[in-house]
Design a protein around this ligand. Structure first.
Ligand code: MCN
Ligand code: CUM
Length: 805
């Protein structure tokens, strides 16, 4: 029999387990237009909701007249704050410990704010009725600049009048939300005061937006007979939505079913709770009919979770030889009208205090002031790992600035300051414990791969040629080395609205040896159905092709905190491996019984248990699965299933070395990215092809952010970038070509050594592209220019440096 069985290598290949570039199983339906997105959901008698939104950024709502709208044929209801108030639902809690208006209560605080909710027979009637709602506004002074907001007499949040403290401590001004500090301020100041060299810079990471192709939406369906509420929606964290919906509505949690169907990209935009969800639930409860709400593109860009908007003032010090001695950072964080950032509760600035980056910095301090302005709320979202993108941009710009002050090569400056391999686990000055890393190896590999010295020589020649008047194009080399922090998080210090940030996996093996596994996470395009089956395949010896992965239905999936912060692999992935090991432990007992030996006399081998020393005697997992259902095994229950809830002991710290080369036309401001090299280390790699796809996507988003994407406001608080005409979303035409590479430094605490990767390319990509632009002008003295580096702004840099003659 053994002779007929495939070779061990074939058996391993057959599993399509860890390390296999298995094709994405979900693409079969996606590429054929057979996905099932929220807007594909159609229910009998379904009604449609649409919002009346504020044209003003700050105004008092004098009156709302809904008569004409109600008179329109097909309009069922028009909800205003007055209707929600008796239910206590005209305001809702935010993830950041603040509260947010569901519908305008007395005034509006940003353009596009929800004022009234129209429910109608179809989407078209709803849109027409929105036009018929008459709202009288009285304009108020607008604050779009966070620095001015902190000086102004204009109070934005009248509901907080007189409250001198909020969810994160003291508020020193009516428009101030919190001051959050980490590190040793006095020691840092002392080091800076005595330093041989200091670089000082204000670095702005502009406001941008995740802009998933599918906008946010939901269908709420209240079954009044059975008292059950079903909510389909674009939720990155369906269980949390269920808990919040229960707490807000008073409906018991077992009577609420939240389903995230296919999601067309999340990127953090779909973590928060939006007024549309609350209004749709209320409308369904009131009408007894299913109610659908799906945003259009303008609504998505103008009113749902933005990203960044961090003003980061930095000072970094070093010895004359370039050894960094201290880092000081103060951030003015523009949170918009409500503090609706999606962060673990205890971290109002997310994990921004990873801003010491990949460097061994002995002493550091960071302080973040959160500020209210007349802009859309949200914050954090957009492939960010909770403000790590801001942190990485900050430190990687500061490194470049320091290199300038030292008149030193910035690749070398990085090298002499990297945390060394033997320093891991490394304790950073701002309180993190980096699990593992080997930065020097990654950096050397990257520099060699791009031919760094040759590039620098070419660049120097170009500068000379430019000075001689032989070319109008400069060349920038963009360097970036990042350390990510993903896998939130240990329950001891990470929670969302009080729910500890564990995650889960439940596995059920069927009698014929195939399986279903359900997880507390939810894919939005990351390929979980493909990759989680691979983890299991290697753990339990059942081919990935025989394992269904199901996520997103709270009636069936075990409780989990969802997918964001690249936490799925570090947390749910670990739960999957451990649930698999429970299956294997029981399978071992079954195998031993079948083989009539002691449990300890059998061992797992790829897809079977063999007798130690006699591998020709074995039971395959398929045979074991069947036995679990048809044999009476003394001391064992029938069946083969397991569940694991995993509380990670620490985050994981992926890292990477990114380098790009860019030509910059001094006269037109146009740029051309000639080469991008991205080396990622995300520990054990589950699916190299999926990882590459994640890196390509994240780099493209980074490219977009750096080269043109922004949510811009005028001084009246009008959002100037509410359409894809104005908001840069790169297509294949603009997107550069990427070369990816890797090193593999496993996480010591993760069951399979895997770290997250989904957000890394954005974290590392933004400093890379921006540093390239800055580097092109370094020879001419450019210190700092704010993103986005669109053609106009680059032209202005050249103009400012006197390069236009
Ligand atoms: N992976 C792997 N080996 C590793 C690490 C990850 O094969 N060592 C695989 C995973 O199995 C998974 C994918 O890479 O299929 C991403 O894993 P992970 O880094 O754990 O991230 P999450 O699954 O938690 O996804 C979240 C992350 C975030 S926070 C944003 S934002 C983002 C991103 O994923 N949004 C995305 N990538 C996205 N990709 C798509 N297509 N759509 C989005 O909305
Ligand atoms: Cu911050 S964007 Mo992702 O965490 O969903």
């Amino acid at each position: 029999m053994n002779d007929l069985s495939p070779e061990r290598d074939n058996r391993i290949a057959n599993l399509k387990g860890l390390g296999c570039s298995r094709k994405r199983v979900e693409d079969v339906r996606f590429t054929q237009g057979k996905g099932n997105y929220v807007d594909d959901i159609k229910m009998a008698g379904m009604l449609h909701g649409d919002f009346v939104r504020s044209p003003y950024a700050h105004a008092r709502v004098v009156s709302i007249n809904t008569d004409a709208a109600m008179a329109l044929d097909g309009v069922i209801a028009v909800l205003t704050a007055k209707d929600l108030e008796p239910l206590g639902l005209h305001w809702m809690p935010t993830l950041a410990g603040d509260k947010q208006m569901v519908l305008a209560d007395g005034k509006v605080l940003f353009q596009g704010q929800e004022v009234a909710y129209v429910v109608a027979r179809d989407r078209y009637v709803a849109a027409d009725a929105v036009e018929l709602v008459e709202v009288e506004y009285e304009e108020l002074p607008v604050l779009v600049d966070p620095f001015m907001a902190l000086e102004s007499d204009t109070v934005l949040r009248e509901d907080l009048a007189g409250q001198t403290s909020g969810a994160h401590g003291e508020r020193r001004h009516p428009n101030h939300i919190f001051l959050w500090e980490e590190g040793d301020k006095a020691a840092t100041e002392a080091v800076l005061a005595e330093a041989e060299v200091v670089a000082e810079e204000m670095i702005y990471y502009h406001r941008t937006h995740p802009c998933p192709l599918e906008t946010c939406g939901c269908v709420a369906s209240m079954d009044k007979v059975n008292g059950k509420l079903t909510l389909y929606g674009t939720f990155q964290a369906p269980h949390v939505v269920r808990t919040v919906a229960s707490l807000l509505s008073g409906i018991e949690e077992h009577n609420i079913r939240v389903v995230s169907p296919d999601i067309g990209g999340g990127f953090g935009n779909k973590v928060g709770v939006y007024p549309g969800y609350v209004c749709s639930i209320v409308a369904s409860i009131v009408t007894g009919k299913p109610v659908k709400w799906v945003e259009d593109r303008m609504e998505n860009l103008m009113a749902t979770a933005f990203a960044r908007d961090y003003w980061m003032k930095g000072r970094i010090s070093a010895t004359k030889e370039g050894k960094i001695t201290g880092l000081h950072c103060h951030v003015t964080a523009d949170h918009g009208a409500f503090d609706a950032c999606a962060d673990p509760t205890k971290f109002p600035a997310g994990f921004f205090h990873i801003c010491t980056g990949s460097y061994d910095i002995p002493v550091a301090y960071v302080g973040v002031d959160g500020v209210y302005t007349n802009k859309a709320p949200g914050g954090v979202a957009y492939r960010c790992s909770f403000r790590v993108t801001e942190a990485a941009y900050f430190i990687e710009r500061m490194i470049e600035r320091l290199a300038q002050e030292l008149n030193m090569d910035s690749a070398e400056l990085r090298r002499i300051n990297f945390i060394r391999k033997d320093q891991f686990p490394y304790h950073s000055a701002l309180g993190w414990e980096y699990d593992s890393g080997d930065y020097h190896t990654a950096w050397d590999k990257a520099l060699a791969a791009v031919g760094y010295d040759t590039l620098r020589a070419e660049q120097a020649e170009r500068v000379e040629a430019f000075r001689r008047g032989e070319t109008r194009k400069l060349m920038g080399i963009g360097l970036s080395f990042f350390t990510e922090i993903v896998g939130a998080g240990p329950v001891k210090n990470c929670d969302i609205l009080g729910m500890g940030m564990f995650d889960s996996c439940e596995i059920r093996i069927h009698p014929t040896g195939s399986a279903i596994a359900r997880l507390g996470t939810i894919s939005q395009g990351q390929g979980h159905a493909t990759t989680f089956a691979q983890i299991l395949a290697s753990e339990i010896g059942i081919p990935a092709d025989s394992i269904t992965i199901e996520e997103g239905d709270t009636d069936t999936a075990p409780y989990g905190l969802g997918t964001y912060g690249s936490r799925s692999t570090p947390v749910a992935g670990a739960a999957t491996a451990l649930a698999g090991r429970k299956i294997r432990a029981k399978a071992q007992m079954i195998a031993a019984y079948l083989l009539e030996v002691h449990d300890n006399d059998v061992e797992f081998d790829v897809d079977r248990f063999v007798i130690k020393g006699a591998p020709e005697r074995f039971k395959t997992m398929k045979e074991i699965a069947y036995a679990a259902y048809n044999q009476a095994i003394p001391g064992l229950e029938p069946g083969l299933e397991a569940v694991s809830y995993y509380d990670p002991p620490n985050m994981t710290y992926p890292f990477g070395a990114y380098i790009c080369m860019m030509d910059v036309d001094v006269d037109t401001g146009e740029t051309e990215v000639r080469q991008v090299y991205a080396l990622d280390d995300c520990g054990t790699r589950i699916n190299p092809m999926v990882i590459e796809g994640q890196v390509h996507g994240g780099l493209t988003e980074a490219f977009a952010i750096v080269m043109g994407q922004e949510i811009a406001y005028d001084e009246m608080g009008n959002c100037k970038t509410g359409t894809l005409m104005d908001f840069f979303l790169p297509t294949a035409v603009e997107t550069p070509h990427y070369t990816t590479d890797f090193t593999e430094t496993p996480s010591p605490h993760h069951p399979i050594g895997a770290k997250g990767v989904g957000e890394s390319p954005n974290v590392g990509g933004v400093p890379m592209f921006s540093n390239a632009v800055h580097d092109a002008f370094r020879a001419f003295g450019l210190k700092q220019s704010h993103m986005p580096h669109d053609h106009w702004r680059i032209w202005r840099i050249a103009e400012g440096l006197g390069l236009h003659g």
